[in-house]
Design a protein around this ligand. Structure first.
Ligand code: HEM
Length: 504
């Protein structure tokens, strides 16, 4: 073909391609428009109020970052609901968003229309540390992870309190008995990494035993990798471009450290397969139970990290937030003391903990006022509908387009005065004498992805609280101001939990 006719041919080919793609986009655009119009009509959808932000929502994002810096992000997001109503929309960095604190909407996303949503960007943010496991995946993979992990939270394992007592004893050695100030929050974070690693790996990392020269470094490396992951979550869609200083090294260290335990578990599985039962240690270990279902070392490591991340900071944060409040309230401390006195100095069992009503009210109230996972979101994987938030009165259903992110605030919902009364902002455990909330109270999430470690966490937190009350007759807060948010992957107290304790 001559040069002239060849370029003519390419020109025609390009034009045909351009027309075909334009027709394709026009066709799908038109059919999507009509399909969506029908869904809206059938469901009586009305648009929710739209947040009045500027181009790309940059002003909204900047304000949120500023408030995060000032440790006021949760109250600011709550004030937006006061201004806009229970549900509103925005488009931030081209991402369509719906914000809600309506229990009916949250129930729809997490349970009734569970299959219409996935976790969105979580895998990009947490993937480098956690890989693919129960906390980072959706669909089939999540389903198989959940089936693998769930049996390990059966009552017998959860109720083994011997390990909690051993770790508590180590923590006790670090609490001054001369009335000087101690930051309990630091100790709770050390204790929960010790107990969680023993539960999961079969061996504790003994962060509470460590001093600067003996530390094995796992707790520090894990904290660092986790903090970098929390920053990546905040980067949203741009998470893949974020890489924290020292993150690769920290993740490598964590992986290599845990791989030793994984190797041991696979060896255990090999012995089991060969039916060399005599060579097999019968002690219950979470990882060893997982190894009965797979020999895939990467899969085992990923699941371990997923559960470690889900379970460690959460319980420590609950304890820190709760002690921050009760240290300032001698009346609550006295009531807890009276309840604990009924144990006559016995170390609590699973059953006794279950019967300690006032302790349970305090934990409920702490998780209400300072929910450890205060904000969360799900991405719509198909066009779908929320039951409330549309129209002038906010009572009509709302259309949610495929690709929109529904961001829900458990924190705002837990502080709603129309649900919890005019004293919703107060720490008042007694309110639980009469409260029986359903989806209005959601510290552990709901629906098919409800927290698997709820009983484990409440047992550990209840145990530690009871033991502190048994060892110390008095507590005094050394935090002069009110509680201030510290929002990383979980919500804890910015200044820590500084107290002085008086031994019996
Ligand atoms: C006070 C303590 C705790 C709180 C408030 C809490 C809260 C939550 C919440 C809100 C979720 C849902 C996250 C989401 O889907 O976006 C969750 C999931 C999960 N939690 Fe907890 N958690 C706590 C302790 C624990 C502990 C101690 C463990 C394990 C030892 C644990 C294991 C898990 C697991 C495995 C999931 C993932 C469930 C799934 O996606 O199917 N949690 N937790």
């Amino acid at each position: 073909m001559a040069d002239g006719s060849r370029s003519h041919f390419y020109l025609i080919l390009l034009s045909v391609l351009a027309v075909c793609s334009a027709s394709y986009f026009a066709f799908t655009g038109i059919t999507t428009y009509f399909r969506r119009r029908q869904i809206k009509k059938q469901n009586g959808c009305e648009p929710p109020p739209r947040y009045p932000h500027g181009l790309l929502g940059l002003d909204f994002i900047r304000a949120t970052l500023r408030e995060a810096e000032r440790k006021k992000m949760l109250d600011t997001s709550r004030a937006r609901f006061d201004k806009m109503g229970g549900t509103y929309s925005a488009t931030l960095s081209l991402q369509p968003m719906i914000f809600t604190h309506e229990p009916d909407n949250i129930k729809t996303v997490l349970s009734i229309k569970f299959k219409d949503y996935n976790l969105g960007n979580r895998k990009n943010s947490l993937g480098p540390l956690l890989g693919e496991g129960i906390f980072t995946t959706s669909g089939e993979h999540w389903h198989s992870s959940r089936s693998m992990i769930r049996p390990n939270f059966a009552r017998d394992q959860v109720a083994d309190l011997g390990a909690f007592e051993r770790h508590f004893k180590l923590m006790l050695r670090k609490i001054p008995r001369d009335g000087s100030t101690v930051n309990l929050q630091d100790l709770f974070f050390l204790m929960t990494i010790d107990s969680a690693t023993e539960f999961l790996f079969g061996e504790s990392v003994h962060a509470l035993k460590a001093d600067a020269s003996t530390t094995n470094g796992f707790a520090e490396a894990f904290n660092h990798a986790q903090n970098m992951a929390a920053r990546r979550i905040r980067a949203g869609k741009f998470a893949v471009f974020f890489h924290g200083k020292g993150e690769t090294e920290a993740i490598k260290f964590c992986h290599e450290f845990v791989d030793q335990f994984v190797d041991q578990a696979v060896e255990y599985r090999r012995k089991l397969d060969e039916e060399d039962k005599g060579a097999v240690d019968e002690k219950y270990v979470f990882l060893y139970e997982l190894a009965k279902t797979t020999k895939d070392k990467k899969r085992l490591r990923d699941e371990l990290f997923n559960v470690l991340l889900a379970g460690r900071d959460t319980t420590a944060s609950l304890l820190s937030n709760m002690f921050f409040e009760i240290a300032k309230r001698p009346d609550i401390w006295e009531k807890l003391q009276a309840e604990v006195a009924q144990l006559n100095g016995e170390i609590p069992s699973y059953e006794t903990l279950r019967n300690m009503k006032y302790l349970k009210y305090c934990m409920n109230e702490s998780l209400r006022i300072h929910p450890v996972v205060p904000l969360n979101s799900r991405l719509a994987v198909k066009d779908t509908v929320l039951p409330r938030g549309g129209g002038a009165d906010g009572k009509s259903p709302v259309f949610v387009e495929k690709g929109a992110l529904v961001s829900y605030s458990v924190y705002s919902m837990h502080h709603r005065k129309d649900i919890y009364g005019p004293d919703a902002d107060e720490f008042r455990p007694e309110r639980w004498e009469a409260l029986r909330p359903s989806w209005e109270y959601l510290p552990f999430n709901g629906g098919p992805r409800i927290c698997l470690g709820q009983q484990y966490a409440l047992t550990e937190a209840g145990f530690v609280t009871t033991r502190i009350l048994q060892e110390f007759k008095g507590i005094e807060s050394r935090d002069p101001g009110p509680w201030v948010e510290s929002l990383s992957l979980t919500l804890s107290s910015h200044g820590g939990t500084n107290v002085s304790l008086t031994p019996r």
